[in-house]
Design a protein around this ligand. Structure first.
Ligand code: MOS
Length: 756
């Protein structure tokens, strides 16, 4: 950082708070005094309408205070604006009508004095339905998927079909990824309280500004009358980016009974009242010259969305821009099902679409008899092939080189099934990773007090990724004070606006604003120190003065920061700073104060493209007789610009790599095709890895300096670590067994038959 130097390996600033249980999560709040408790009643059918709803007998049950349904809430909640303009993923207005859009839809909320009374009453509620046969997923047709979806062309250049036909070596393969749910530790909880016409909502959120403006819009009240409090999130992964259906309902419930209401939805409810990762299908056609130069890349994707909203992630935006190729085509088809609307889940677009592309790259490298790393090297580029925009920096092959070295890729015998250890067949696999570097306008207020402690206020979100740590480090470095002298206030809509904690943009967006504020404070202190009648820095050149360990330092002398602050004659110095990244719409931060979301970077810029890159390496072992698949080693090498906090960054990458493995081998939400209902909506049936599933993990940072991307040279890392790992595992399973698995999660039955 310009102007200051501090040592660089720090702890997580809130580690002690977290391990001693003092950090307060959304679910920890009770809205002040004695809230009433809510219990959800959800639809048993996936499509149709409620034909009979009798709440009168239930209203008479012990402790029951109110029952919310379409009968008393119909027309009360306005339809919120949906993504990408608004804050909702779904246009379904909760409790608006008897219409049923999906199984697990909230159809009533029982509010009672205690949670037990609310639950007991909810179970007594008599509801009858008139159902229609639902569509659960893709309807299987000739193309392998529903042909009635809405198809949109994606990025394209040249004549991909013609080039594919002419090329000598080619593959044409179909891939599938399943529905997945976030299942963060913290359940979906909201507590709402009204006081003097103002609403306070305690709810874990990745988007406190969005929730504030979205909720005000839904309820028809002024944004200034809504406050969202979310100091810590117990996991999120994209699942708390969109304003959920339940918040406005609970807010109205609290208003109706004149008392705070707390809803803690069950684990099973979380599968249908919140967002999830949509099921996808892919067809990838790849062709190359015999030497391995890509001649054609055609990526067609299909995604399932709800009947009401054509939500899509359209990962072809990135999969078509990763490698050099003159002839590219792509499309995305959104298919409607009787399901809740999907939403963001860690690397929403890149996880499924790079599974397909990076599996296909491996298949073509086998067809070419080329090492998969060398195949990628031949097609590496510093310019994306569609519009010809340069990457601001791209260290993909450096990541492969560093990762291969650490992993021991040179020990790999390329012949599938050739590496064995007793009854286990060993497979080495690799794949590219990338994540677009997105940014958003952000603001921060910095206060430096006379005792050299500082406070930073910004509406960023601590989801465990370490935003408070990176903000504290940035302020400490900017002011030349120890990190533990910086206090960070975050996770509240009344603070200076911060962006949605999505698309891995928080560190780059927020730290650049914090750094600007610190610079402003430094400049004021320096100006006074230079102009002082006496003192060691009198007359020094401003550019030479550094802020180091509580001192202002230059070649001719140094002065305690304390003295320099005191010279300004105030108890504290305050700076408010805004940062509007390259490509931001004109409103910038001002737009955020009006509730306008702004998001830029990645592939959305006219003049350039900005991404972080990585290389994923895995070793799998497949048991010859049982087909059991184990993953003893994960090695990832990532280049993501300046790493502000190595401790929390490594932890994020490690978590992401584990999730990549989990998504490849364990996680899938199973749906009953006939009833369109989830059958494993709990952590017993929805598999996630435990410690015994995890072997060695290495997460390596490949040094990278990108002076173009933003002032501090920061790229996002939150989602980078799990992209491509699913493909690396499938590629390793192929290498171990000779069985190509094109459907996730990869299970024993995929490999067992072909093993013996
Ligand atoms: Mo991330 S899925 O954009 O929170």
């Amino acid at each position: 950082m310009k102007g200051s130097e501090v040592k660089r390996e720090y702890r997580r600033v809130d580690a002690a708070l977290k391990v001693t249980g003092r950090a307060r999560y959304g679910s920890d709040f009770d809205g002040g005094t004695s809230p009433a408790y809510a219990c959800l009643v959800t639809s048993r059918i996936a499509r149709g309408r409620i034909s009979r709803f009798e709440d009168a007998p239930v209203r008479a049950l012990p402790g029951v205070l109110e029952i919310l349904s379409f009968k008393n809430l119909g027309g009360r909640i306005k339809q919120g604006q949906t993504f990408p303009i608004g804050y909702m993923n779904s246009s379904i207005v909760p409790l608006d009508s008897p219409r049923i859009w999906h199984a697990g839809q909230v159809i009533a909320v029982v509010i009672a004095n205690t949670f037990e009374e609310a639950r007991a009453a909810a179970r007594q509620l008599k509801v009858e339905y008139v159902g229609e046969p639902p569509t659960a997923s893709f309807a299987v047709g000739d193309e392998g998927v529903d042909a009635v979806g809405q198809t949109e062309k994606g990025p394209a250049v040249g004549d991909a079909i013609g080039a594919y036909a002419k090329a000598p070596v080619k593959i044409d393969a179909r891939y599938a990824t399943p529905t997945q749910h976030h299942n963060s530790m913290e359940l979906f909880t909201t507590t709402c309280a009204w006081k003097d016409g103002k609403l306070t909502v305690w709810e874990s959120s990745q988007n406190v500004y969005g929730y504030q403006y979205g909720l005000a819009d839904q309820l028809g009240i002024a944004p200034a009358d809504v406050r969202i409090v979310s100091p810590y999130l117990g996991g999120s992964f994209g699942g708390r980016s969109f304003l959920p259906q339940t918040t406005a309902v609970i807010a109205l419930g609290a208003k109706m009974i004149g008392r705070p209401v707390k809803l803690e939805a069950t684990r099973a409810d979380g599968f249908t009242i919140a967002t999830y990762r949509a099921e996808t299908r892919h067809r990838v056609r790849l062709a190359a010259t015999r030497e391995g130069q890509l001649q054609s890349l055609i990526h067609d994707g299909w995604e399932v969305s709800s009947r009401g909203d054509a939500y899509k992630v359209a990962g072809v935006e990135m999969s078509t821009r990763l490698y050099a190729c003159n002839d590219v085509a792509s499309s995305v088809t959104v298919c409607a099902a009787d399901r809740a609307t999907p939403g963001f889940m860690r690397a929403p677009a890149e996880m499924p679409y790079l599974f397909a592309l990076e599996s296909a790259m491996d298949e073509l490298s086998v067809a070419l008899n080329l090492d998969p790393i060398e195949f990628r090297r031949i097609n590496d580029t510093q310019v994306e092939p569609i519009e010809g925009r340069p990457y601001t920096s791209r260290a993909l092959m450096q990541c492969f080189d560093v990762g291969a070295e650490r992993f021991g890729w040179n020990r790999r015998n390329p012949t599938p099934g050739s590496m064995r250890d007793r009854d286990w067949r060993i497979g080495f696999g690799c794949a590219s990773s990338l994540y677009p570097t997105y940014m958003a306008p952000a603001a921060a207020r910095i206060t430096l007090r006379a005792d050299c402690t500082a406070q930073v206020q910004t509406a960023a979100h601590e989801m465990g990724q370490g935003v408070r740590t990176v903000v504290a480090i940035t302020a400490a470095e900017g002011l030349g004070i120890p990190v533990d002298q910086v206090r960070v206030e975050a996770g509240e809509s009344s603070l200076p606006p911060g962006p949605v904690a999505g698309g891995s943009n928080s560190t780059a967006s927020v730290c650049n604003a914090v750094a600007k504020g610190c610079q402003d404070i430094r400049e004021r202190i320096i100006a006074a120190a230079i102009a002082a009648a006496e003192g060691p820095l009198k007359g020094a050149s401003a550019r030479e003065i550094r802020f180091i360990d509580g001192y202002l330092v230059c070649a001719t002398g140094r002065e305690p920061l304390r003295t320099a602050i005191a010279r300004l004659g105030r108890g504290a110095l305050e700076a408010y700073a805004e940062n509007s990244p390259h490509g931001t719409p004109a409103e910038g931060v001002a737009g955020m104060y009006k509730g306008l979301p702004a998001f830029t970077g990645g592939m959305f810029l006219k003049d350039r493209i900005q991404c972080a890159f990585g290389a994923q390496f895995v070793e799998v072992r497949v048991h010859e007789r049982t087909g059991e698949i184990r993953v003893p080693r994960l090695v990832g090498a990532f280049a993501a610009g300046r790493i502000v906090s190595p401790v929390t960054a490594r932890s994020q990458l490690m978590g992401a790599q584990i999730w990549g493995m989990s998504a490849a081998l364990l996680e899938a939400t199973e749906i009953d095709a006939h009833h369109a209902r989830y059958v494993n909506a709990d952590l017993a049936g929805y598999l996630v890895p435990v410690a015994a599933d995890i072997g060695q993990i290495e997460s390596i940072f490949v040094p990278e300096e990108d002076l173009l991307i933003n002032e501090l040279g920061i790229k996002g890392i939150g989602e980078l670590g799990n992209v491509g790992l699913n493909a690396a595992i499938a590629n390793a399973v192929f290498h171990a067994t000779g069985v190509r698995t094109r459907e996730l999660p990869i299970r024993i039955e995929h490999v067992l038959e072909r093993l013996s």
